[in-house]
Write a protein that binds this ligand. Structure first.
Ligand code: ADP
Length: 398
């Protein structure tokens, strides 16, 4: 596996990219275009340790991709002068159709399109990224790396929903799980940091970004995970509610709410956004600190849900070696890490060192006390590197 891979992670309102040198296992340049579709977008292109800020308006992902190409041309390295090995695309839902990274052709694109109903917030954005990248780089292998793949090891009792056979067999209603690349990387890294062989390490991984999920990993295999058929289930997220009473659609339908409105509300207007009007966790923290009562409740709802999953997955695993926090909020919010794990010393042997927790704002850290039976770790996720490695491997075998 070698070469340069452009990793594209197209989200609903953002487009993240990373040019990875697979041999060196390092990024050559990376960036993000944020607030796509909003009146003013903002972008950052980072190369050689320098951040270049770019202002502009990106009405859609096509415009965001143009901005990306321009940023590389202006600030380097110019993609036109590079021999790309592959473009690796993060694709959220692979359903039952994809259990491994796959080279993209028209048929694969059509299959990802057919999976849109399972991930309406994500697969359309992923497809946008694929289409604009294929148009720009028609001769470079394009590879889809699926978020669902790592969770194919879930045992039937964890992935089966207690619903009728028709739904399960014909409509493929089951738990799939997401953020697989991140959960795989962070659980492996946690074992390495503890000096344990991966097959012997039991880890609870908490991926807390705009989307959020918890996974119980036993010996390198995902055995339960909080996201289900779609990335809506489980933890409270930026714009998604996580767990709800399944009677909600019928209840709201009787009150005149259309299925379309229901779907939009649950994908785009719930979670933090529904509770306090913003999905920015930094803003939530600022409002909590300044005594905002509504924000205080929202924070408690987020932390409470997280604690429930940690307790549940401790029971699922039986023995826990580490709890590992990752992604934007997990890596940067000592406040949430402390609240989620507060008071778990007696029952679970989880004891956070407050000073170490406060100090852990970037890089890998152990934030538990020396006496804590369970290690508490902060591990920056490396989804881009993982995607690049997988894409390069598929391109090499193609
Ligand atoms: P995604 O990749 O799912 O879009 P990220 O992993 O980038 O999301 O995480 C985004 C979230 O992380 C946002 O809610 C953002 O406010 C939060 N975040 C980023 N930096 C900080 C910070 N320093 N303190 C608290 N939250 C942060």
């Amino acid at each position: 596996m070698s070469g340069l891979v452009l990793v594209v992670n197209a989200g609903s309102s953002s487009l993240k990219y990373d040019l990875i040198d697979v041999d060196a296992g390092a990024s050559r340049a990376s960036g993000v275009v944020e607030r796509i579709g909003e009146p003013s977008s903002r972008a950052k292109h980072s190369v050689d340790g320098v951040d270049h800020r770019i202002e502009g308006t990106c009405a859609d992902h096509g415009a965001a991709f143009e901005l990306l190409i321009d940023a590389f041309r202006e600030h380097g390295p110019d993609l036109a002068g590079l021999d790309l090995t592959a473009v690796g695309h993060r694709v959220v839902h692979g359903g039952a159709d994809f259990s491994a990274p796959t080279r993209i052709d028209d048929q694969v694109e059509a299959t990802i399109e057919r999976l849109v109903p399972l991930a309406p917030l994500h697969n359309p954005a992923n497809l946008e990224g694929i289409r604009v990248a294929r148009a720009h780089f028609p001769d470079v292998p394009q590879v889809a790396v699926f978020d669902t793949a790592f969770h194919q090891t879930l045992p039937p009792h964890a992935y089966t929903y207690a619903v009728n056979r028709t739904w399960r067999d014909e409509h493929r209603v089951r738990r799939y799980g997401f953020h697989g690349t991140s959960h795989a990387y962070v659980s492996r890294r946690a074992a390495e940091l503890l000096g344990l062989p991966v097959p012997e390490a039991n880890v609870i991984v908490l991926h807390l970004g705009n989307g959020a999920s918890a996974t119980a990993v036993a010996g390198g295999r995902s055995v339960d995970t909080s996201m289900g058929l779609s990335p809506l289930e489980g933890l409270v997220m930026g714009t998604r509610p996580g767990d709800l009473d399944p009677s909600l659609p019928a209840h709201l339908s009787r009150a005149g709410v259309s299925l379309e409105d229901y779907d939009r509300a649950l994908n785009k207007e719930s979670g933090l956004k529904g509770l306090i009007g913003t999905n920015d966790f930094r803003e939530l923290e600022e409002r909590v600190t300044s005594g905002d009562v509504e924000a205080g409740l929202a924070f408690d709802v987020v932390a409470h849900r997280l604690r429930k999953y940690i307790g549940a997955y401790a029971a699922v695993l039986g023995r826990v070696d580490a709890v590992a926090f990752t992604a934007g909020i997990g890596e940067h919010s000592p406040m949430l890490r402390a609240a989620a794990l507060d008071g778990l010393a007696d029952l679970f042997g989880i004891e956070v060192d407050p000073a170490a927790n406060e100090a852990a704002m970037s890089g890998e850290h152990r934030i538990s006390t020396a006496a804590s039976r369970v290690a508490v770790l902060v591990i920056p996720t490396a989804e881009e590197l993982e995607i690049a490695r997988e894409a390069a491997a598929v391109a090499a075998g193609a």
